[in-house]
Design a binder for this molecule. Structure first.
Ligand code: AHR
Length: 336
């Protein structure tokens, strides 16, 4: 078991508090032109300036997450400088260094992978710029390098997926699972794998017979599933670490003349509209929700951090799960 931040997460779950909107005057910063590949105006002196380094635009979840952050910044009066790292850690590090040079008030980012952040986080700390992790965490043992981590409990998500399969597999003698992993080294890929593996220990007839990354993208899911179907023609279940890869797998399964949701069951994570639609149509069997609407909480946290107020070291997002019937009911009101 890796030492942190998982242990930190568990330890700090207890300190999770409901966040309330705090209105306060925030110090300004930035004000310089946005660098190439980045958007956002220069900060006025009376506005809080946030530099946000996004992972990319790899999935429907990410698109909804970006929209939530941009809209919330605008309604909270936060001057947002936004960059898209196109799933590359070096681009995120570059963006964070630019935000440090621009002297923004707060830096927030969703780390593409867990490792390799200590140097740049130390640079931010030395420049006296607080950092908020959103969505994904880092493996830094020095937790003073960031103020708080706002996002889902990915291990719990994987566990929920595995628990459903354990129940669904009752009375079956053999259940062969193909796993479509998220981006290698990313916290949700590591944790969802771990949580699922933990849960299926309760049912020895469930075996993960193939497991490979599809990089959280639809095309990645399709490509890997095509290869799985050739190497493992008897796959019973697909466990996809996100909806986009599950949707790609559906295309591959249908192209191979099989029925997704029937011949091969599919479990996924996210619950974005496209995933929920496939679930309601019977092509996916179960989805564990991962909530991308982190913008409002992020803006509240940023204002508190800037004001020097105490914030919990860990803020866990509330999430649910969906069966096919529940998806049919939830779809009309689904926001993303
Ligand atoms: O970090 C959250 C994950 O990243 C979402 O589950 C996935 O869709 C996204 O790419």
């Amino acid at each position: 078991m890796r030492p942190t931040p998982r242990l930190t997460r568990i330890a700090t779950l207890l300190s999770v508090a409901a966040l309330s909107v705090t209105t306060l005057a925030a110090c300004g910063g930035g004000g310089e032109a946005a660098p190439a590949g980045q958007s956002g105006g220069g900060g006025g002196s009376d506005k809080l300036t946030m530099g946000f380094a996004q992972v990319g635009a790899e999935s429907g979840w990410r698109t909804a997450n970006t929209k939530s952050i941009q809209e919330s910044a605008s309604s909270a009066g936060v001057d947002l400088k936004f960059s898209d790292a196109q799933q590359k850690q070096e681009n995120q590090i570059k963006a964070i260094r630019t935000y440090i040079q621009q002297k923004v008030d707060v830096i927030a980012f969703s780390p593409v992978v867990e490792t390799g952040w200590d140097t740049v986080l130390l640079e931010a700390k030395r420049a006296n710029i607080p950092v908020i992790l959103t969505d994904r965490s880092v493996d830094s043992t020095d937790t003073t390098l960031y103020k708080t981590f706002l996002g889902s409990d990915f291990v719990a998500e994987g566990k929920k997926a595995g628990d459903w399969l354990v129940k669904d597999s009752e009375g079956k003698s053999e259940v062969d699972v193909a796993e479509l992993q998220g981006t290698t080294g990313a916290a949700p890929a590591i944790d969802r794998k771990e949580g699922f593996a933990e849960a299926i220990k309760a049912a020895p007839q469930i075996k993960v017979v193939a497991s490979q990354t599809g990089d959280f993208t639809r095309s990645g899911g399709k490509q890997v599933m095509e290869a799985f179907l050739k190497s493992n023609p008897d796959i019973d279940v697909v466990y996809a670490h996100n909806d986009d890869m599950a949707l790609g797998a559906i295309e591959a399964i249908e192209a191979a003349g099989k029925k997704p949701g029937k011949d091969i069951e599919i479990i996924s994570v996210d619950a974005v509209k496209d995933g929920m639609t496939a679930l309601s149509e019977g092509k996916i069997n179960y989805i564990v929700e991962c909530n991308p609407l982190l913008g409002p909480q992020l803006m509240d946290l940023a204002k508190k951090v800037k004001a020097g107020e105490e914030v919990p070291q860990r803020v866990v997002t509330e999430e649910t799960t969906f069966t096919q019937d529940e998806a049919k009911k939830a779809l009309p009101d689904r926001k993303y």
